[in-house]
Design a protein around this ligand. Structure first.
Ligand SMILES: [Zn+2]
Length: 445
């Protein structure tokens, strides 16, 4: 007997950048996995059935770089450059956060992601144990990293990250995994990066870090260390384990070759990068060099949404514009950045596609909407026309977490109340206290 049978749904599969639709198929799920995809499977073989008629089944979207709990700071730092964004707003405000705030912020972000068809996220934040709690309860899948900064308490931070890894890596039936999260080369000294890399090797986990976000950061790295952030990360041992580098907007051809040689995945967060005016990774050159490029949202304080399809859409448009070539990043390849390539970036090999044997992480998307009809090309409708509200039902690890737009694992009214009750306290700004200091970097220095 199957646990769940989704009936008469159009199934989106993507292979080597080419989308295919299996029309009116059934998807059978047993336990955490997809066990059959075929037309007309007998409903008598399933404990539960879901009618998928008129809907598109898509692989659950993968958000390869986020700070989920920054949902709390959505809209607090608008139209300011990155230095002011960090030093004037985000890092002072984050000193107000308690682990309980982070927990409710995480649930808000996870609710938004599930509502947008996102089933897995690589998160990078502090109080990550509160995020792990939210992930565990909500049924989300996540790769978590506890953000680390250099400072007097480096030793304690590393010990806490180690303990967090030992407690949560593989937890919730392997829905939760943990990597190490040094923040960036401009907030971590080379010796600290070396220790973090060493710890990751000892624990057998990967590294998730921000790299080369701005031209000024690269210039500062060259001045201080005689090498780019990418080369510094390599030389401090961060690429000796699986790694996700977020942003990586400013790179040389040598940097791209280094990323490719070490299998470092790049999580591009185009909406943040465009909004802060800092530059977007040369995605086409990176992909041509064999670098795995995936899509992230970054935090809601810079992106404003956790809508991964919106970020993918923006990247495709930007790449077409930047290359003056409409053929760049076609639909299937762009959708892969948010699915199969995300799975490769997170080194999570049984998610990211709708195949027999894969983890049952998927979303059903309503196609009978005015903005997607007529449905000449379902993949095009998904990437260029769909809206998060078109996602009707979401399944993660075989469990229905949203059905007909109703979240089943998150008490959304309570989350909204808890967040609202915290906002006045959380938005008190005292710029004398900061999580870290963004260095004064003059462009072209
Ligand atoms: Zn980030």
């Amino acid at each position: 007997m199957y646990d769940l049978l989704i009936q008469r749904v159009d199934v989106l599969q993507i292979a080597n950048g080419t989308p295919t639709i299996l029309p009116q198929h059934d998807i059978a799920i047993t336990g955490q996995r997809i066990v059959a995809i075929a037309p007309a499977i007998s409903p008598g073989l399933a404990h539960e059935t879901l009618d998928g008629a008129g809907q598109l089944a898509i692989p659950g979207l993968i958000n390869s770089h986020a700070h989920i709990a920054m949902s709390l700071f959505r809209g607090v730092a608008e139209d300011v450059p990155i230095e002011e964004w960090f030093n004037g707003f985000i890092w002072p405000l984050e000193t107000n956060l308690t682990p309980e705030d982070v927990y409710w912020g995480a649930l808000l972000g996870i609710a938004e992601m599930i509502e947008a068809g996102v089933t897995c996220v690589a998160d990078h934040y502090f109080a990550a144990d509160a995020i792990a709690q939210a992930v565990q309860e909500s049924g989300m899948r996540a790769l978590l990293a506890w953000t680390l900064f250099s400072g007097a308490d480096e030793h304690d931070q590393l010990a806490r990250a180690r303990q967090f890894t030992e407690q949560w890596h593989g937890a919730a039936g392997d829905r939760i995994r943990v990597w190490m999260g040094p923040h960036a080369p401009y907030t971590c000294t080379p010796s600290f990066l070396r220790r973090v890399g060493q710890t990751a090797r000892e624990l057998g986990v990967g590294i998730h870090i921000h790299l080369a976000e701005t031209a000024a950061q690269v210039a500062q790295s060259m001045a201080a260390h005689g090498q780019s952030p990418v080369q510094l990360a390599r030389d401090t041992g961060l690429f000796e384990v699986p790694a996700i580098a977020a942003h990586v907007a400013h790179v040389s051809s040598d940097d791209i070759a280094t990323l490719a040689a070490h299998g470092v995945a790049v999580a591009v967060t185009p909406k943040t990068e465009m909004k802060l005016g800092i530059g977007v990774a040369p995605v086409t050159a990176m992909r041509a060099a064999g670098v795995t490029v995936a899509i992230g949202s970054d935090g809601a304080a810079s992106n404003n949404t956790y809508d991964v399809l919106e970020s993918a859409r923006l990247l495709a448009l930007l790449e077409k514009l930047r290359n003056s070539d409409a053929r760049v990043l076609p639909i299937g390849a762009t959708l892969e950045l948010a699915t199969a390539a995300g799975a490769r970036a997170l080194r999570w090999d049984d998610i990211g596609g709708l195949q027999v044997g894969a983890r049952a992480d998927l979303a059903l998307v309503q196609c009978a909407t005015a903005h997607t009809q007529p449905l000449h090309d379902p993949a095009a409708a998904l990437l260029y026309s769909s809206q998060p509200a078109d996602v009707s039902t979401v399944i993660i690890d075989g469990r229905i977490v949203m059905r007909d737009r109703v979240l089943l694992t998150i008490d959304k009214p309570r989350v909204l109340r808890e967040v609202a009750a915290r906002i006045e306290r959380l938005t008190q700004r005292q710029t004398t206290q900061r999580m870290a200091v963004y260095p004064e970097l003059a462009a072209g220095e």
